[in-house]
Design a protein around this ligand. Structure first.
Ligand SMILES: NC(=O)c1ccc[n+]([C@@H]2O[C@H](COP(=O)([O-])OP(=O)(O)OC[C@H]3O[C@@H](n4cnc5c(N)ncnc54)[C@H](O)[C@@H]3O)[C@@H](O)[C@H]2O)c1
Length: 349
């Protein structure tokens, strides 16, 4: 299958392995890559992903756990992959503090097995899902890539170690790799067909939208932070903007011939408080749900938003979607899919 690509992109159809492609960001990025003419092969163990997206995307699927080196090796044999995007991980900071072993094992052993099999099979181009969490509480805002790394959770530490492992593979084994440090991934595909589903949700936008839709009270964790309205401030980036950045990163990798490692912040460069998020959800949905203030959640920095200039400059990328578009797309998705992908499989009433 060779599709047309945009003017600056690669002429043939590169074959991209997407680990964690049945999850939220991986599935939407896979869809956007397909639309741009890439061939996508999804690898996932489906532990936290959705089988339905595999049917939706009609893409080759390797069901395997990255912690299982022998099966991974066997599954990837003969796949002829040009580059890998490595999304697969456990991704909840709170859970990682309760179950550190699980996070170190899955996120680090999984990455190490992937690197080992990639090397054996001559695949040396990799985009890694990293996180702004590796900065911890930033000393300066907006936080740029020169800021010190100071993980404040096991999850964040696994991302920092993941970056280091990959960096060493670039130095010693000739890999070419990019780490993309996302801020808060949010929103759904603008056409309403794909979005986030977790049970229970951990991020504020889906949690608040679900509370609004179900007529339940929504809890904000703390309003005594040193911010203008007392609630935490975060940088929210639309998942379609993230997908575009992965495409730009892949194109950079596919053009490059020499080993290198680099890392980029992917955010919009502006922060919104929890109260501003709630106000936007009320405005977009027209629903006036009740909100209570609960205690602070351990490990939440007061403010973090990113400087995205390096990614804009070097990846020739810029985020396009506003907070309103993020919330509107997420609201549409959750209203139409209250039980995630399985909702679309339910008979219409
Ligand atoms: N969501 C965010 O705001 C955010 C922010 C920064 C970084 N990230 C990173 O982006 C990536 C994707 O996040 P997401 O929100 O889409 O998460 P997700 O949980 O929706 O997707 C992760 C996918 O990886 C799969 N997976 C996990 N461990 C696996 C293993 N051992 N073998 C095979 N598959 C496995 C899961 O089944 C799931 O489908 C993660 O690496 C996460 O750390 C996410």
């Amino acid at each position: 299958m060779v599709k047309k690509t945009h003017s600056k992109s690669i002429k043939t159809s590169p074959r991209i392995l997407v680990t964690g492609g049945a999850g939220y960001i991986g599935s939407i990025t896979s869809k956007k890559l397909q639309e741009a003419g890439f061939e996508v092969v999804i690898l996932d163990n489906l532990e936290r992903g959705n089988r339905e997206v595999i049917d939706l995307l009609q893409t080759p699927f390797l069901e395997v756990d990255l912690r299982d080196y022998a099966s991974l090796r066997a599954k990837l044999a003969g796949e002829k992959i040009d580059a890998v995007i490595h999304f697969a991980a456990y991704a909840l900071a709170g859970e990682s503090m309760e179950k550190p072993h699980l996070y170190f094992e899955n996120n680090i052993l999984g990455t190490l097995n992937l690197l080992r099999v990639m090397e054996e099979q001559g695949i040396k181009k990799l985009v890694f899902s990293s996180s702004c969490a590796i900065y911890g509480t930033p000393q300066q805002l907006p936080v740029d890539e020169s800021a010190p790394e100071n993980p404040e959770s096991v999850y964040a530490e696994t991302k920092r170690i993941g970056e280091k492992l990959i960096q060493w593979y670039c130095r010693t084994r000739g890999f070419q790799a990019l780490a993309l440090r996302y801020f808060n991934a949010s929103g759904a595909l603008l056409d309403g067909s794909m979005g986030q589903f977790q049970d229970p949700f951990s991020h504020i936008i889906p949690r608040a939208i679900m509370a609004a839709l179900q007529g339940e009270k929504f809890t904000i964790f703390g309003d005594d932070y040193p911010t203008p309205d007392g609630t935490c401030i975060r940088d929210y980036i639309h998942v379609e903007d993230l997908a575009q950045a992965h495409r730009a990163g892949l194109e950079k990798l596919l053009r490059s011939t020499k080993p290198f490692f680099d890392y980029y912040n992917l955010g919009v460069g502006k922060g919104y408080s929890n109260k501003e998020i709630v106000a936007m959800i009320r405005e977009v949905s027209g629903l006036d749900f009740s909100v209570e203030i609960g205690p602070r959640r351990p490990g939440d920095p007061a403010i973090i938003y990113g400087d995205n200039q390096k990614a804009c400059r070097e990846l020739n990328w810029e985020p396009r979607y506003s907070l309103r578009e993020i919330v509107a797309s997420a609201y549409r998705w959750h209203r139409e899919h209250p039980r995630g992908y399985s909702s679309s499989l339910l008979p219409k009433q």
